[in-house]
Design a protein around this ligand. Structure first.
Ligand code: GLY
Ligand code: MN
Length: 464
């Protein structure tokens, strides 16, 4: 948790943008796994954490945007709770640590909101993503469950996005720490990988490193030799010579700031010439994006620049024919990289996606493409200092997608489908770093960059 002035200042800046009505921010509750008392690890709502810092279940906050009055609603523990959980600080004491002086039991939240509704005041709330909070909002505000996202306050969403998008120095410090732990987690896997291991063995060790210094992974770990499946969560295969293994994993540290890195490793420790050819294209695209990402440039432009490198590289390999700019405009790169170059990262690994991807990643007036790949770009905005983004180009050979384009004749004039058949079974390559946009350009987050060149990877694997 940061100093209370951090939270006070954030709330003050929020009220500079939302000037009327009442702001309701709901924390999260425990979520049961298979029976009520067996719960998933508790994860606080990120916007609640951002403005109120308190990392406990069943809290809600209300800010009167006109008077500036702030309340935290929550229940003090009773003796039954203390028996199981131990003593807990009073809600009033917790609230004081983040500069809030007014507290009340959770049951009083309904009266507070009812009073505002009776006066015809707007109640601003964020789009709920957990069923518990959907039901709560339905009961508190009398809104239909299936209309809650649409009824969420666009003014509040935009204000929260504007604040959270630009990371403060104290946040960058936390993200640097998360990236340092992410580094240790990835490096462990890189050193430990051996032929004959089951993928899950590496996942277990990586997640152990993550847990030993943090609280959880920032998303379910992707570690697979079938890396052409973008989010492959199967880890049951034996590591076999000649394969590439995509490892896309991040950590969430105690402050809940995240890291997200991807490396693609040759299972036997040495790339084949064919793998190296494709790997170098992805690496060039990754390096280009880091260099090109700077204030004033849109990340959409950087995505398209990286796409150009990928198309040029695949053309050099004889898999594509034609004018590179024309192919990029036609979206040929989507066959090989059907995802965007990157996303915002912060307290969420895909920061604020609960608020709506377009609000987070697109400037007003910026249209989202419908093209495969570019349409999945989650961060397209003009870059400004303080943005934290991922740089994660990739090349994948997805037989089902290639066959589909072939059957449909989609962009067929540019693509050598016969030659591409030689890449069925190749898998995929993704290389992901985390970047902070600085006044002069960008910098990698974390103290050290994970090994990434062919030489660095080969010199790290199978060494001890
Ligand atoms: N690294 C996982 C993702 O960005 O979706
Ligand atoms: Mn990512």
């Amino acid at each position: 948790m940061f100093d209370k002035q951090v939270y006070i200042s954030r709330r003050k800046r929020l009220l500079e943008q939302v000037r009327e009505g009442v702001i309701l921010l709901l924390g999260n509750s425990e979520a049961s796994c298979n029976y009520p008392d067996n719960q998933y690890q508790f994860r606080q709502d990120s916007s609640f954490l951002y403005f109120f810092g308190l990392d406990k279940p069943d809290l809600a906050a209300v800010i009167d945007a006109e008077s500036g009055e702030e309340w935290i609603f929550g229940d003090d523990v009773d003796i039954d709770d203390i028996i199981w959980m131990g003593p807990q600080p009073l809600i009033a004491d917790q609230a004081a640590t983040v500069g809030v002086s007014k507290t009340a039991p959770l049951a009083r939240l309904a009266d507070c909101l009812k009073a505002a509704q009776t006066k015809g005041r707007t109640i601003h709330f964020l789009p709920p993503y957990r069923n518990h909070n959907k039901i709560l909002l339905n009961r508190l505000l009398g809104l239909p469950l299936d209309g809650l996202r649409a009824a969420a306050s666009v003014d509040l969403i935009k204000a929260v996005v504007a604040l959270r998008l630009i990371k403060e120095p104290c946040e960058i410090e936390e993200i640097d720490k998360a990236c340092n732990l992410g580094y240790a987690m990835h490096l462990t896997a890189m050193k430990m990988m051996r032929l004959g291991m089951v993928e899950q063995e590496l996942v277990g060790v990586m997640e152990g490193v993550c847990k030993s210094g943090g609280v959880m992974t920032s998303f379910p770990t992707i570690l697979s030799q079938r890396g052409e499946t973008l989010h492959n969560h199967m880890h049951d295969a034996v590591l076999t010579e000649g394969n590439l293994c995509v490892i896309d994993a991040g950590v969430e540290i105690a402050s809940h700031y995240c890291s997200d890195n991807t490396r693609t490793l040759p299972t036997g420790g040495k790339f084949t010439p064919k793998q190296k050819d494709v790997y170098e294209i992805v690496l060039t695209a990754n390096d280009y994006a880091r260099e090109a990402a700077r204030p004033g440039v849109t990340y959409r432009e950087v995505h398209l620049g990286a796409s150009k490198i990928i198309v040029q590289g695949l053309k050099n390999l004889g898999l594509l024919h034609g004018d590179v700019d024309e192919m990029v405009a036609a979206g040929v790169q989507g066959l090989f990289m059907p995802h965007g170059l990157g996303h915002n990262m912060g307290i969420d690994v895909h920061d604020m996606e609960d608020l709506g991807e377009n609000y987070v990643g697109y400037d007003p007036g910026q249209e989202r493409s419908k093209q495969l790949g570019l349409g999945s770009l989650r961060m397209a905005r003009k870059l400004v200092p303080g943005h934290v983004i991922t740089d994660e180009p990739g090349i994948y050979f997805i037989p089902a997608l290639i066959e589909k384009w072939k059957t449909e004749g989609h962009n067929a004039q540019y693509i050598d489908f016969a030659k591409l058949e030689g890449y069925y079974g190749f898998g995929g390559i993704r290389l992901e770093d985390d970047l902070l946009i600085t006044p002069g350009g960008s910098r990698l987050l974390g103290a050290k960059r994970l090994p990434i060149t062919v030489e660095e990877i080969e010199n790290t694997m199978y060494k001890d």
